[in-house]
Design a protein around this ligand. Structure first.
Ligand code: FES
Length: 148
């Protein structure tokens, strides 16, 4: 058993301590906005926030995440209002297939937590998530829309 703080809720999950956080979130908590892509920390599809910073949930164990503040895409909207990054994604119409976009959005939220007005160089350095549809230009446009 491990205690996780996910989207503001304290939740006990019955998994081995070395279980990747990705699987505890998806399989035990049913929060399937967190996606599986590569499983080795390379693609970013599984990105969540841990204490406000981007983390690739396939590379973090439940034991390491215990007691820290975890936010998934499901916890981003507040009182029925989309987060400004989510709204920018809608306004700019970023997604194509959409599979990687939840992780992409979480990585951008983490970037804006750290740098409220990122330059294009900051964006390129921080957003290393892979999108097989090639939405990178729309992602950059949406980040600029979100910080206006
Ligand atoms: Fe975690 Fe690809 S599934 S980085």
């Amino acid at each position: 058993m491990a205690g996780l703080l996910v989207n503001g809720r304290d939740i006990e999950v019955d998994v081995e301590p070395d279980t990747p956080l990705l699987w505890a979130i998806r399989e035990n908590l049913g929060l399937t906005g967190v996606k599986y892509g590569c499983g080795i920390g390379a693609c970013g599809a599984c990105t969540v926030l841990i204490d406000g910073a981007a983390a690739r949930a396939c590379t973090v164990t439940v034991a390491d995440a215990a007691g820290r503040k975890i936010t998934t895409i499901e916890g981003l909207a507040d009182k029925g209002m989309l987060h400004r990054v989510q709204q920018a994604w809608v306004d700019v119409d970023v997604p194509q297939c959409g599979y990687c976009q939840t992780g992409m959005i979480m990585a951008v939220v983490a970037l804006l937590n750290e740098k409220p007005q990122p330059s294009d160089a900051d964006i390129d350095a921080a957003i290393t998530n892979i999108c097989r549809c090639g939405t990178f230009q729309q992602v950059r446009a949406a980040i600029h829309a979100a910080i206006k």
